[in-house]
Design a protein around this ligand. Structure first.
Ligand code: ATP
Ligand code: MG
Length: 461
């Protein structure tokens, strides 16, 4: 009896699920890509799975990027084989993940990710088997291991441009929505009801921004509309997942544009609340500092130079750090411990949102410590600093601060010259410091004066 009463509610909930889609099949002459666009290993994985009697396609970013003439950064395969069946086919493979069970097939340094077709399962499945699928109260997907067919798999993907399936056996593309047309129109469009899709997984908001920046696409109106309203949902995302996403956002070569879009869609505040406060207080300076940091990062990536998350976080959190340090000093703390304490507090707050691992947060702190030490150059200090493995990052960071308008009395130029100088020139440079700021400090008994690097240019205040 009770079951009967509840039935209508279940039905109405099911009716909300997206309608099944029929694929458009595109021939090679229409889409103009072929097997040569994909890595040989990824194509071989698909072929071998097909030979073993399963369906298998190249899917996602590699098909999208190939259509755009961009070299794909990795290759994903979608298949009807279960992870265990894939594992059986490839000795060089490993099953990974809990939220999404995947198989990684390794070929030397190349890794092919193989995912079993999944379905946008109904709530009923969940009540029967919370091990393979589960949502939280807001509709967020917690686990998603309900397998389905290719059509189901296309529906649960995020954007239309990411739901294109390339068949290596005949070079045809299966398009279950409007992916091919949207790529031509350069549009990012969520599959299904945008609000529901963001509720299921709020990280899709960040993915929309990332692809808009990377591909220079527009976000379609209905896909864009809920983002500002739902930005706060990012607070429920585990900090470790957000860390991974933030790296992809800022270390893919399009950090400046990504930053602009994150701010435009109110997502930046959710990721970096301390920095957002600093932006509200000193908009011009903080904006300039962040833009310069992102510009440098993008440039380094474009010329294949290494980039480290430590430098990025040092820049992102610097304005919040200096504001905090000054306020601790105003409460009577000495400059050095104030800086240390501020660094500790700012990082502690940030890792609640984004789980920056210690291997990067420690070098971030070292870059900040350097800022305190770079003005103190007297005696042997300059040479000791120069020999410090963190010197280069600290010096680059000093230049970044100067570029952004901080007043440092020519400290950056001094260090630039010092690095190029001969031994005797160096000695002269040190002795010239004598009474200037680089000289050893005399002990003061009066109230501590600020030795903290000037937090900002004053014009915004
Ligand atoms: P790139 O690898 O260039 O960053 P991508 O589209 O391949 O882009 P991946 O993160 O590698 O992105 O994901 C592979 C595919 O998995 C996507 O194309 C998409 O179809 C699907 N996907 C990834 N994340 C989600 C998500 N949060 N919700 C729905 N589908 C997703
Ligand atoms: Mg990918």
């Amino acid at each position: 009896m009770l079951k009967k009463l509840f039935k209508p509610f279940r039905l109405s909930r099911q009716r909300k699920e997206p309608k099944p889609m029929q694929p458009t099949i595109l021939d090679a002459h229409e889409h103009r890509i072929n097997c040569a666009h994909f890595s040989r290993n990824s194509a071989n994985v698909a072929v071998r799975l097909q030979q073993a009697g399963f369906e298998a396609y190249l899917v996602g970013g590699c098909v999208r990027d190939s259509l755009l003439g961009v070299t794909p950064k990795d290759f994903d395969v979608a298949t009807s084989a279960t992870p265990e069946q894939v594992r059986y086919e490839f000795r060089n493979s490993r099953i990974i993940g809990r939220r999404f069970k995947l198989v990684h097939v390794h070929f030397g340094r190349e890794l092919i990710e193989v995912a079993t077709f999944r379905s946008n399962h109904s709530q009923d499945d969940e009540e029967n088997n919370s091990d393979i699928s589960s949502h939280d109260a807001s509709g967020r997907i917690l686990r998603d291991n309900v397998y389905g067919n290719m059509e189901d798999d296309a529906q649960r993907r995020d954007f239309t441009m990411n739901a294109l399936y390339f068949d290596v056996s005949n070079e045809k593309i299966h398009d279950y929505s409007t992916g091919f047309a949207d790529i031509k129109r350069r549009l990012i469009r969520l599959i299904g009801d945008p609000e529901q899709r963001y509720l299921e997984d709020p990280v899709r908001m960040l993915r929309a921004i990332r692809f808009a920046a990377k591909l220079d696409f527009d976000i379609e109106d209905d896909t864009a509309e809920p983002i500002r309203r739902l930005a706060h949902l990012l607070r429920d995302i585990p900090s470790a997942r957000l860390y991974e996403e933030v790296l992809k956002l800022f270390l893919s070569g399009y950090a400046v544009r990504t930053y602009e879009l994150l701010r435009e869609y109110n997502l930046f505040d959710e990721l970096f609340p301390g920095t957002a406060k600093a932006l509200a207080k000193q908009p011009e300076y903080v904006d300039r500092l962040l833009r310069n940091a992102f510009k440098n990062t993008d440039h380094r990536i474009s010329i294949d130079r290494p980039v480290t998350p430590a430098f990025l976080f040092a820049a992102l959190l610097w304005p919040a750090l200096t504001t905090r340090a000054v306020s601790l000093q105003n409460d009577g703390m000495h400059a050095l411990p104030a800086m240390q304490e501020a660094a500790h507090q700012v990082l502690l707050e940030q890792v609640q949102r984004i789980a920056v691992p210690k291997r990067f947060s420690l070098p971030t702190r070292e870059i900040w410590d350097m800022q305190e030490r770079l003005p103190r150059r007297a005696g042997k200090r300059a040479d000791t600093l120069l020999a410090n493995p963190r010197f280069r990052a600290g010096y680059d960071f000093l230049l970044l601060r100067e570029e952004s308008g901080e007043q440092t009395q020519g400290l950056g130029d001094w260090w630039t010259d010092y690095q190029d100088a001969s031994d005797s020139q160096r000695r002269e440079m040190i002795s010239n410091l004598s009474t200037k700021s680089g000289a050893p400090r005399k002990r003061r008994r009066s109230k501590p004066r600020s030795k903290i690097p000037a937090p900002a240019v004053q014009s915004d205040e």
